[in-house]
Design a protein around this ligand. Structure first.
Ligand SMILES: [Fe+2]
Ligand SMILES: [Zn+2]
Length: 331
């Protein structure tokens, strides 16, 4: 079974044109919340237009789950994988250094993982190699294969990115479950033991950024506004960085901190390198100035944490059953 918090249809409605997340209950609430802020740049007609766009986005969000379910059934029937061997987890997909890191965490030895922490006193960001080059090459070919498959239109990876592949649609969720349970959980237990318990589900997807082409032809997003993730912990692994300039990941503070918009860490992506951080650590992606970048993102969810406080509305969640879009809440 899968579950979401009811807030998904009212909060965090993202309009990329404005790079901003809005909340929307009705038009008068919208004006009350945003008219002052928007009137610095827009006239009343334009503000009404923005309100209508948000309403339309809300309407389409409410239909997303059934559409996603139908799309998934369709893909399951039609899609023939290119590299079947990467759908079943194998340790050979992983870099030896990553395996050593996990083995040390399992033994309660945190020296190796601590050495991967980005030197910053205030926020915890860890960078370490995850996948081998061989696995990455096969994975990218698989992503390309499904992205250009006749008769398949993929869902969006998340509410902000347009370009990428959902691991559930690709059929690779089970393989990633092994990675989550046996490799990522020991790391989470070691570095976030104070806040996060067992992450018993995940949402996995790729994101693609490209300087050429347009966002809407599947060629790649350009940048990503400030946000925090719908995750307790995020692992973000760079799988492709062809002649990339720009498109750096900038970390700020924890979303519930007063000082959350101060920039603390600028990271360049490097193929094979994973970046691990708390989902509530605010971040954004700088504009890509050249090249193509693809990353695999795993949003790890702990129902013990989010059942108490939903990370999107920061309130006790209104848990609603869904057909296929799971946000990791459990009744
Ligand atoms: Fe993110
Ligand atoms: Zn919520």
């Amino acid at each position: 079974m899968s579950y979401k918090c009811g807030c998904y249809a009212y909060l965090n409605l993202y309009l990329e044109k404005y790079g901003y997340h809005f909340r929307y209950f009705n038009h008068s609430q919208f004006l009350q919340d945003y008219q002052q802020m928007l009137s610095e740049k827009y006239n009343n007609d334009e503000i009404n237009e923005i309100s209508q766009q948000i309403k339309a986005l809300q309407d389409s969000k409410k239909q997303e789950d059934s559409k996603a379910y139908e799309r998934l059934q369709h893909i399951r029937k039609l899609y023939k994988p290119l590299h079947k061997n990467i759908y079943t987890f194998d340790e050979c997909f992983l870099e030896n250094s990553f395996k050593s890191l996990v083995a040390a965490c399992k033994k309660g030895d945190r020296d190796l993982i601590d050495a991967t922490r980005y030197p910053n006193e205030e926020v915890k960001v860890f960078t370490f190699r995850v996948f081998t080059k061989d696995f990455i090459n096969l994975f990218l070919e698989e992503i390309n294969h499904i992205s250009n498959y006749d008769g398949i239109v993929l869902g969006r990876p998340n509410s902000m990115n347009h370009n990428g592949v959902l691991m559930k649609e690709l059929g690779m969720d089970e393989m990633l479950t092994v990675l989550r349970e046996e490799y990522l959980q020991p790391i989470v237990d070691t570095v976030f033991s104070d806040t996060i318990g067992e992450c018993e589900s995940h949402r996995g997807f790729t994101v693609k950024y490209s300087f050429d082409g347009t966002v809407f032809d599947g060629s790649g997003d350009k940048q990503l506004g400030k946000h925090y993730d719908n995750a307790e912990v995020t692992l973000n692994v760079c799988m492709q960085a062809d002649q990339v300039q720009g498109s750096n990941l900038v970390f700020m503070g924890m979303a519930n901190d007063e000082d959350c918009d101060r920039e603390r860490i600028h990271l360049e992506h490097e193929v094979g390198m994973g970046i691990l951080h708390l989902g509530q650590l605010k971040h954004y992606v700088t504009p890509i100035e050249q090249g193509i970048r693809t990353n695999l993102v795993l949003w790890l969810r702990s129902s013990a944490v989010r059942n108490k406080v939903c990370p999107m509305c920061w309130d006790s969640p209104e848990i609603v059953a869904t057909k296929c879009m799971d946000d990791g809440f459990r009744p």
